[in-house]
Design a binder for this molecule. Structure first.
Ligand SMILES: [Zn+2]
Length: 230
């Protein structure tokens, strides 16, 4: 009887031997989870590092599928226009050796630059009730704002609205992501719901990009960017 029960014990032994692989599987699984966690943390840390360049150029509404996707008029979509202007300005500046962070609407990453520009076109409920305007959030931005107005007034033959005339300009959501030594400005280039303004702008989108590039180059003292002739 005793021998049998001993045999019984010895029979149960292999069972505990079989449990061991399961335990080491669990340890391996936990290690993999910890490693993935650390990897995600590292990626997250990397994302938080600020980007750096001479100039930051944002195309308003670019990449948005929901929320404020921009103005639309019978002349076109605002987002298509902002992309064309921002791309052309970026191309010209880079060609002149200026480093540019070319941002969409929601990059949500801190950018340390000298000058930050967000490109927009206005859409108004009452056609032709607005025009070109500027958004800024700091008194130190005023000198650059005046300089842009001097440059754009010479060619833009329509009316101007006061600086920060709308909440979207005064409290522009993207100001928080740009740290600048010169200025951060929202450039509303005109009202695209006004037929006269829309026609004028639509046929000059590339030139508007060239003018933005010229303005940025002037501000940071970069040479080799010509002032476009309108
Ligand atoms: Zn806009």
């Amino acid at each position: 009887m005793h021998i049998l029960s001993d045999e019984g014990f010895s029979l149960s032994k292999p069972k505990t031997e079989q449990d061991k692989p399961n335990q080491s599987n669990l340890v391996t699984f936990l290690l993999i989870i910890i490693m993935i966690g650390l990897f995600v943390l590292l990626i997250d840390e990397y994302d938080k590092k600020p980007l750096q360049a001479d100039v930051y150029i944002q195309a308003g509404h670019e990449g948005r599928r929901v929320g404020n996707t921009g103005a639309v008029s019978s002349y076109g979509r605002e987002v298509d226009w902002t992309i064309r202007v921002a791309d052309e300005a970026t191309r010209i500046l880079r060609q002149a050796g200026v480093s540019v962070i070319r941002a969409p609407a929601d990059q949500k990453r801190e950018s340390v630059v000298r000058l930050a520009l967000s490109i927009h076109f206005d859409g108004a409920r009452r056609a032709c009730s607005t025009g070109a305007s500027i958004g800024l959030n700091n008194p130190s931005d005023k000198s650059a704002a005046r300089a842009w107005k001097r440059i754009y007034r010479e060619v833009f033959p329509f009316k101007w609205m006061p600086d920060n005339f709308s909440k979207n300009l005064k409290y522009y959501y993207n100001y928080r992501y740009t740290s600048t030594s010169d200025a951060e400005l929202v450039l509303e280039l005109g009202e695209m719901s006004c037929p006269e303004q829309a026609r004028w702008m639509k046929s000059r989108l590339k030139k508007l990009g060239a003018l933005v590039a010229y303005f940025a180059a002037q501000r940071i003292g970069a040479s080799g960017v010509e002032r476009p002739v309108f």
